[in-house]
Design a protein around this ligand. Structure first.
Ligand SMILES: Nc1ncnc2c1ncn2[C@@H]1O[C@H](COP(=O)(O)OP(=O)(O)OP(=O)(O)O)[C@@H](O)[C@H]1O
Length: 305
């Protein structure tokens, strides 16, 4: 029969047993039990407890951690008094092997980043800002096009401007990763530039329209990162196209109608970047964050090309 006094005496015996066995507990694996037991001590008992000496730690070092047997009698100096290098050496000796300075995770793979979105949304503006100001070292693949050069554009930098015959020759020789007829002009992505860049270990940015992105998705699948650039509203997009003053009324109508359809494709992309009016810098920062996050992925993409 349990009486209240017998329960009390059982409890105090158990407490005495636990307190006297405390210094023998292994240091790491059971540190949570150490905390629990410690909290059950009276204030008086806590004051009587001495800090762990190097001798105490030495006896812990004879215990096993996981499967790795640890050598006996490796003296580990106290944390307060030891030289850092001595402490590191003692810890290495105690663990049974030297600490490696090799990176714990491998270098991230090169990325293929596909930037797409409706006409007038600001793809070129975003890419120009990334090219000129970004902290990231990116290679921007220069698209080949048969479209006439706009006054501010530089051949070989903004686009490679070629005749229709030259373009079709490239198609024939299978030099393009993808190509499309966009608003009456051909645009294509040259394979060679991408291959050269990936071989050097750099990250490649491709700028394509929505059709091009759909084709690249079939070719590259999950090996590339697909980013959809959007305006904050349809009105903002139309204003931007009108203000750019590069389109006729007919081509404006075609682009606006196409943009309505293209917005439906956003679900096929990995990320969406809203390029709001006057907030191009925010869009650039978001692009950089996406690239940073992709570099930090545990399961890296491997470019297929
Ligand atoms: N955040 C922004 N705020 C205001 N204007 C912008 C912004 N981003 C781009 N623009 C302007 O909007 C216009 C369209 O941008 P841009 O030419 O870069 O679009 P695009 O998506 O490359 O178009 P396209 O596919 O037709 O070549 C340009 O005049 C550009 O300067």
């Amino acid at each position: 029969m349990w009486t209240s006094s017998s329960i009390y005496s059982e409890c105090s015996m158990l407490r005495r047993l636990l307190c006297t066995s405390l210094p023998r507990l292994p240091l790491k694996p059971q540190s949570s039990s150490l905390t629990i037991l410690n909290s059950s001590l009276t204030q008086n008992q806590k004051q009587k407890q001495k800090p762990l000496s190097s001798h105490t730690i030495k006896s812990f070092s004879t215990s096993k951690m996981g499967d790795a047997p640890r050598p006996l009698s490796v003296p580990i100096p106290t944390l307060e008094k030891a030289e850092r290098s001595d402490l590191l050496r003692a810890l290495e000796a105690s663990m049974g092997s030297p600490f490696s300075s090799e990176p714990l995770s491998p270098n991230p793979n090169s990325l293929i980043i596909v930037i797409s979105g409706p006409s007038g949304v600001g793809k070129d503006a975003l890419i120009a800002r990334l090219r000129d100001n970004s902290r990231l070292a990116l290679h921007f693949v220069v698209t080949v096009t048969t479209r006439p050069r706009r006054p501010a554009e530089v051949d070989g930098k903004d686009y490679i401007f070629v005749s229709k015959e030259e373009f079709l020759g490239m198609v024939e020789r299978e030099e393009l990763l993808e190509y499309a007829l966009v608003y009456g002009d051909y645009k294509g992505v040259p394979k060679q530039q991408i291959r050269e860049c990936l071989a050097k270990g750099c990250d490649v940015v491709l700028r394509v329209d929505i059709q091009g992105a759909a084709t690249l998705k079939k070719v590259l699948g999950k090996s590339a990162v697909f980013v959809f650039v959007a305006a904050e509203s349809e009105m903002a997009l139309v204003e931007r196209l009108v203000d750019r003053k590069t389109e006729t009324v007919e081509s404006l109508l075609v682009r606006i109608g196409t943009a309505r359809e293209e917005m439906k494709h956003v679900k096929n992309f990995d990320y969406v970047v809203v390029n709001a009016k006057g907030k191009l810098d925010n869009a650039v920062k978001l692009m950089e964050s996406i690239i940073d996050a992709e570099k930090a992925r545990v399961s890296q993409r491997t470019p297929l090309l």
